[in-house]
Design a protein around this ligand. Structure first.
Ligand SMILES: *[C@@H]1O[C@H](CO)[C@@H](O)[C@H](O)[C@H]1NC(C)=O
Ligand SMILES: *[C@@H]1O[C@H](CO)[C@@H](O)[C@H](O)[C@H]1NC(C)=O
Ligand SMILES: *[C@@H]1O[C@H](CO)[C@@H](O)[C@H](O)[C@H]1NC(C)=O
Length: 361
């Protein structure tokens, strides 16, 4: 554990995802839950009570009040996407380090304003893509980087879907054009795109083409969509995201010698154990009666949940800025920006009648 006191977190907004992340802030040894603010004091009070916040937690009836509290060192921002630009920039100006919910912005132009504010104020930025912090993730990467057993990466496939109930399709903030205009693409496609970029070491594709016939709500918000991504060297990736199909969280990467596969990449089916499947140099068994060798399953256990590990990693970076005068880590903003660039390209392709969009960084 790094030296220094635990990082004092403020939460602005009481979205349902904040229940999970506030628990993670309490679980991580490097952070404490210090303050929570909502647009009404009553809502913040109820939220703190329902989620067993420490008695000492400061409760505020506005977001500004959290940002104005000099004791708050970092903020977790689970607000609807359309509010990220305003509040993340203000938080950076008040020198608060920022853990920002995804999708991070409505466009890469907005994100650039946020990242510039973080940079000029010397604060750490990280988006809340939790699965990146599971110990399973580096183990899978090790397999993808194994030239002998995985070989050269050729193709990827990813799906994140769930069957949202009618009240969600009609009323959730994730389908409101003024709050989360990116709909399923921002909420679910974000993870698929991140997984694809992670597998290729964040090398951007040249071209993105959205799949035809996305499902679009009456007010123009995407409920289901997909796209294919193409790289110069022939690599290709396809993803599908939807609020209108049964729960699925698949990721598959195929190399010249092996295949990686998992079916719970966003949220593992169990908190303390996750697994992935490897196939390496499989071939037909005798008389084409099966595979030899068969696929193998690899379990990875963890004491802390992936969201607590995320908070821990973020707090470790903040702590080293605070106590050692380190510069903010630059890889996290880069990952966010590249993911957002692809989100934007998919949206542009849909808007232009499924035309190929050249990705320009
Ligand atoms: C793939 O497997 C073959 C056969 O074992 C091996 O010769 C080769 O080096 C491996 N790697 C790649 C990148 O093909
Ligand atoms: C689309 O979303 C709006 C705003 O949430 C909602 O009022 C409307 O009922 C939805 N329309 C359809 C066709 O689902
Ligand atoms: C999703 O699939 C599971 C298992 O096949 C099934 O039990 C469940 O009812 C399905 N969910 C919905 C919302 O249809």
């Amino acid at each position: 554990m790094a030296a220094g006191e635990p990082i004092k977190f403020g939460i602005i907004g009481c979205a349902s995802i904040a229940q999970k992340v506030s628990r993670a802030i309490k679980m991580s040894p490097l952070s404490t839950l210090y303050a929570v603010g909502s647009r009404s004091l009553e809502k913040a009070t109820t939220f703190a009570k329902d989620n067993d916040f420490p008695e000492t937690t400061k409760i505020y009836g506005s977001y500004e009040a959290v940002l104005d509290d000099p004791e708050v060192y970092a903020v977790y921002v689970p607000l609807p996407t359309s509010l990220h630009l305003k509040w993340a920039v203000l938080a950076a100006q008040k020198k608060k380090h920022i853990l920002l919910e995804k999708p991070v912005a409505l466009s890469v132009e907005d994100l650039d304003v946020i990242l510039e504010a973080c940079k000029s104020n010397g604060v750490q930025f990280m988006d809340a893509t939790m699965w990146m912090h599971h110990p399973r993730t580096p183990q899978m990467k090790q397999f993808l980087d194994d030239p002998e057993n995985f070989g050269q990466l050729k193709s990827m496939y990813s799906t994140f879907t769930f069957d949202a109930p009618p009240h969600f399709i009609e009323n959730d903030i994730r389908v409101k054009p003024d709050l989360d205009a990116l709909g399923a693409l921002g909420d679910l496609g974000w993870y698929c795109i991140r997984a694809i970029l992670w597998a290729v070491d964040y090398e951007l594709p040249n071209t993105v083409i959205a799949s035809r016939n996305p499902s679009i709500n009456g007010s123009g918000v995407l409920l289901s969509c997909g796209a294919s991504l193409y790289w110069e060297d022939g690599k290709v990736a396809t993803f599908v995201c939807s609020f209108q199909a049964n729960m699925t969280m698949d990721f598959t990467a195929t190399g010249t010698n092996g295949t990686l596969r998992l079916d719970d990449f966003v949220v593992p089916v169990a908190e303390n154990k996750a697994s992935f499947v490897k196939a390496a140099k499989s071939w037909w068994a005798k008389r084409l009666l099966g595979w030899m060798p068969r696929t193998s399953e690899h379990d990875v256990s963890t004491d802390l949940t992936q969201e607590a590990l995320m908070v821990e990693e973020f707090s470790r970076l903040v702590n080293s800025i605070k106590t050692e005068g380190s510069e903010p880590d630059t890889k996290w903003p880069v990952y966010s920006r590249k993911t957002q660039l692809i989100v934007d390209a998919v949206k542009a392709s849909i808007d232009k009648g499924f035309e190929p969009i050249e990705v320009v960084s």
